[in-house]
Design a protein around this ligand. Structure first.
Ligand code: GDP
Length: 447
């Protein structure tokens, strides 16, 4: 699922990343591609419109377009908007099973959606992860085969199963299940309601009556992710009649376009709680919006880098540096700060992809020039062997001082010279940056 979407989004991002400066036009062009990508993935039109508007609002902001790596910032904005769309950040929504046992969970959905399979998967999960005893009951009075299917799956899930008594109505079975649960010490009773081929009045009325008897803590709608917009429409209509608490999307292992998964939350306002990922009884995952967004974008590296940079940038130091740069000053203390900052951001390897214009060839050149993480550490050691005065006035560094510093850092004098040369280059660059903005920050850097 999502393969085609991931590929198209990736193309849209390619036009943004790797550039030093973005114009509003660039962002709009990328947004048009993102829009088409989402529509082709069968995401509902109102959802797409909302999504694109939100991303545009955030991405057109001054600080994004003028940031050091604007394209990467936009990728991060799209990522965050996707997380919002899928369910918001924070912990994935689990089930709420507190209360006087037995707590009931009602399963609803169209026939063939994977409802019965999901009921058994849930029973297994709750028993395994929450260490609670689960009883499964089939309320599908019209289809004996469905009852038998649940019985078999209950055995696979090693959960309890309410014996089948022919001739009872669904409401009677619900009542019997709750009683059995109480008497036999079950914590949770999962009620698998009848599936239909389409939503009808009778089905709805029956589900409502069962709900009144069992008073479920959770009423989960099971929907087949492969049916795309139909699944969204089904969810919307169920939600109008039954007090649903969450959704389960099945067949996320299939090669659908994924639009239903992306639209569900927005259209119904309900959280997707689980996703079915195989036919097996353990094929149920807790739905995690961040992880799903990461998978769809396939750009986890960029997203985590932008996050890390935002966390790590020491505002005060950055402001001090900016003031100095504006005056054309950049001393060895500033350089040490820059190295420390780079190391925090995952070293040079981490920072590479983050910088505009830093392609594979440039990376190779840097590595060949010995500009690697070991170098960063060594430079740090050299700078810390200097006195404060020397760091502020590098011109003081004549031969004898250099020898002392090299000995202190355990390096050769030529390493000290190399550092000073690099400092001069950086200082030159900083002067230009101070005047022109941060374009090409790492440009002509050679040790
Ligand atoms: P129900 O009619 O809604 O109860 O649907 P079933 O539980 O009988 O499921 C219908 C078919 O879908 C069965 O063959 C299941 O094995 C299959 N199925 C259910 N969930 C998943 C899933 O997450 N992935 C895959 N690949 N198959 C699933």
């Amino acid at each position: 699922m999502f393969d085609a979407l991931t590929e198209r989004l990736s193309k849209a991002f390619d036009s943004l990343t790797g550039r030093g400066i973005l114009s509003e036009k660039d962002v709009d062009a990328a947004l048009r591609e993102i829009r088409v990508a989402l529509l082709e993935a069968d995401v509902a039109l109102p959802v797409v419109k909302d999504f694109v508007t939100k991303v545009r609002e955030r991405a057109i902001g001054e600080d994004v377009i003028k940031a050091v790596a604007p394209g990467q910032q936009v990728v991060k904005i799209v990522h965050d908007a996707l997380v919002d769309l899928l369910g918001g950040p924070g912990e994935p929504e689990g089930l709420s099973l507190e209360g006087e046992p037995p707590v009931a969970i009602l399963m609803a959905g169209l026939q063939g959606s994977g409802k019965t399979t999901t009921a058994a998967k849930l029973a297994r999960r709750i028993q395994k992860t929450e260490k609670k005893k689960v009883l499964l009951a089939s309320l599908d009075t019209r289809r004996p085969a469905a009852m038998e299917q649940l019985q078999q799956m209950a055995a696979q899930a090693e959960a309890g199963f309410l014996p089948i008594v022919p001739g009872q109505t669904a409401v009677e079975i619900a009542r019997r299940a709750m009683n059995a649960g109480r008497l036999q010490g079950y914590d949770v009773v999962i009620l698998d309601t009848a599936g239909r081929t389409s939503i009808d009045e009778e089905l709805m009325a029956e589900a409502k009556a069962i709900s009144d008897v069992a008073r479920p803590r959770e009423t989960l709608l099971v929907a087949d992710a492969l049916t795309g917009q139909d699944a969204v429409e089904t969810a919307r209509r169920f939600n109008e009649r039954l007090p649903l608490t969450g959704l389960v999307l099945t067949r996320m292992d299939g090669d659908g376009r994924g639009g239903a998964a992306l639209s569900m939350r927005h259209v119904t306002g309900l959280p997707v709680k689980f996703v079915g990922v195989s036919e097996k009884v353990d094929g149920l995952d807790v739905f995690d919006a961040s992880r799903m967004a990461g998978r769809i974008l396939g750009r986890g590296d960029i997203v985590s880098l932008v996050e890390r940079a935002a966390e790590d940038v020491d505002k005060e130091k950055a402001e001090r540096l900016a003031r100095k740069m504006a005056k054309g000053k950049f001393d060895l203390e500033d350089m040490a700060d820059q190295f420390a900052q780079m190391q925090k951001m995952g070293g040079l390897a981490g920072i590479m992809g983050f910088l505009p214009g830093m392609n594979k060839a440039a990376q190779g050149q840097m590595a060949a020039a010995g500009l690697d993480d070991r170098m960063l550490k060594r430079q740090g050691a050299i700078i810390s062997s200097m006195t404060r005065e020397e760091r502020r006035k590098p011109d003081l560094l004549k031969a004898s001082r250099k020898r002392r510093i090299a000995a202190g850092a355990g390096v050769e004098v030529q390493d000290v010279n190399r550092l000073l040369k690099m400092h001069r280059q950086m200082a030159d660059m900083m002067k230009k940056v101070g005047k022109k903005g941060p374009k090409g920050l790492m440009g002509g850097l050679t040790p």
